[in-house]
Design a protein around this ligand. Structure first.
Ligand code: MN
Length: 294
């Protein structure tokens, strides 16, 4: 794991927080309890991201039913497991076991039917699922699937920070996945108490921070904002800003930093299908019902 050699501060003008969001308690799949942090009303504001779910429970009744066979079309799902074991199977013939610290990056493209089922009967299951939209030209590409086990996830540490780089880059460490159109950045940031981290972000990217342990401040000139646990901070798209500065509180702190270039296209969603127009949604439903998605 590379030790970060006293990084030059990559941020000259830091973004401030525009808004804090608590998310909504809901359930999905066959009754898995979760918090929908990025809800449908924020899809335009946080384009290209369509959804962020946080799940975490030590009560098997909250997760044991899992997510039996269901379809997707038109975007990508990224599942990041903090703790627990989940088995993935899909209609393209892919199968994988996702466990502590691992990532599954699935491109639904023109269509896939998959299941995501717990492989544990008790204990803690905790993690996140992010939906990343595809541009119109990429929505009907063939489905694809990649498991990135925890040990293979690029990361760096130094100055009280450990940064796991799922997508994009941090301090010169390239993430496991790169996407040219939306150039997503997806980081899992662990901070010691009182540690600071400066992360570069392109000015045009929409960006959010979700705190899942401890608490931190988003530090900006004359506008620092405390972000408590289980809150999402939407970062302002301040013209000329080049990044974000995070400062952990008195507890060990962990947060996701997620950013991407907006697609700027119409978003049409019907449940697990996300296309550009209503006609394309009707087509997706018809294709699913006729068995053309698998
Ligand atoms: Mn799914």
């Amino acid at each position: 794991m590379p030790q970060n050699p006293a990084p030059s501060n990559p941020v000259q003008q830091a973004r401030r927080v525009e808004r804090l969001v608590a998310g909504q308690a809901t359930s999905d799949g066959a009754g898995v309890k979760l918090t929908r942090v990025l809800t449908q009303d924020l899809q335009r504001r946080l384009d290209p991201f369509l959804m962020l779910d946080a799940f975490g429970s030590d009560r098997p009744g909250d997760y044991i039913a899992g997510f039996p066979d269901h379809p997707h079309r038109g975007f990508e799902t990224i599942t990041y497991m903090i703790a627990g074991r989940m088995r993935h199977r899909d209609s393209a013939g892919n199968e994988g076991l996702l466990d502590d610290g691992g990532v599954q990056w699935m491109t639904a493209g023109r269509g896939v039917i998959h299941s995501e089922m717990p492989e544990q009967e008790d204990g803690v299951m905790e993690g996140f699922q992010l939906w990343l939209n595809l541009g119109a030209a990429d929505k009907m590409q063939p489905p694809a699937y990649r498991d990135i086990p925890s040990a293979a996830l690029p990361e760096w540490q130094g100055d009280g920070a450990r940064v796991r780089v799922i997508a994009g880059a941090s301090q010169g460490v390239a993430g496991a996945v790169q996407r040219p159109r939306t150039a997503p950045i997806y980081l899992d940031i662990h901070l010691d108490p009182d540690a600071r981290l400066a992360q570069a972000l392109p000015a045009g990217h929409n960006a959010l921070v979700y705190v899942y342990r401890g608490a931190l401040a988003v530090v900006a000139p004359a506008a620092s904002t405390e972000v408590p646990r289980q809150r999402m901070a939407i970062l302002a798209n301040t013209p000329g800003a080049d990044g974000v500065v995070l400062h952990a509180g008195a507890q060990p702190t962990r947060a996701l930093l997620i950013a991407g270039a907006p697609l700027g296209e119409p978003i049409a969603q019907h449940g697990p299908f996300v296309m550009n127009t209503r006609e394309e949604l009707f087509q997706a439903v018809q294709d699913f019902q006729a068995g053309r998605l698998a």
